[in-house]
Design a protein around this ligand. Sequence first.
Ligand code: GLU
Length: 326
Amino acid sequence: MADTFDDYLATILAAVQDEAGGEVHEVPRALAEADPGLLAAALCTTDGELHSVGDDEHEATIQSVSKAFVYALALEQHGIGEVLRAVDVEPSGEAYNVISVEAESKRPRNPMINAGALLVHALVGERGAEQDERVEIIRSRLSAMAGRELSIDEEAAKDELSQAHRNLAIAHMLRAEGVMPDDDPVDVVRGYTRQCSILVTPRDLAVMAATLANGGYRPGEDEEVVSAPVARHTLSVMATCGMYTAAGDWMSEIGIPAKSGVSGAIMGALPGRVGIATYAPRLDRHGTSVRGRAIFERLSDELDLHLLDDPHRQDTLWDRLRQQEA
Ligand code: GLU
């Protein structure tokens, strides 16, 4: 059995390496052209130990993983109650890009599907803020969570925008239902698509996840990026809605609040313990990375990281690896 986190992660990567299922996402072109063999896992404890293996410095667009972080920014800015009045927190059981809202309230069902995420994007910054201003707030706050300046792949954004018909339809529908702020829906889709085009590595995502797991403080730092209640609320919504149509299965089998993205990244956060990121571009029919899921399954099982595991269990592999590193 491995006695350091790095060795342990390397054995997990080797175990899932040859899993060949799934397809890469076709839009934007940068994702279609991604090497399907790329594979990485990274883990950052809430006291700031970062371990990673494989293609851990590979930058890819953040895609829907951004939804969780930007939701946290909107909650921080407006307060949880006000954001709840705009976007509900019920699992939809529907695909991420479904064109729908709740029948009565007209609210998007949750912030992790595109309808909710587009509205949440529009809530960031001053009312009526320019697209550039909003995107810059998001880029700079996500950079604060990652601990380095993140950049945007503007080419990927342009390419995705040229085919963003569903997202445009959703934004127009929200505007027509009177629930989108006054902004131009086309501009909101542009800004949201640039949000999805922020470039991150698996190591960045592990640190950003650890910031949520650590009550809103990037591990080792004194500056709060979001408050503890906001971090907790964001993790709750990741737990119930983060994995689209596979959310129930993910919670029962793996039990780590998480968010997937079509780039093939999965970001997960376990409060008070660890932020985890995996990256492997081929996706299953729910839009979840096939090998990323396999890695999370092993981590959850072998390190006793399921949220509902008995917290008093002793001498787990997690404890032993932590002691080795101490
Ligand atoms: N930019 C993609 C979209 O909004 C993200 C989808 C995803 O990662 O699930 O359609």
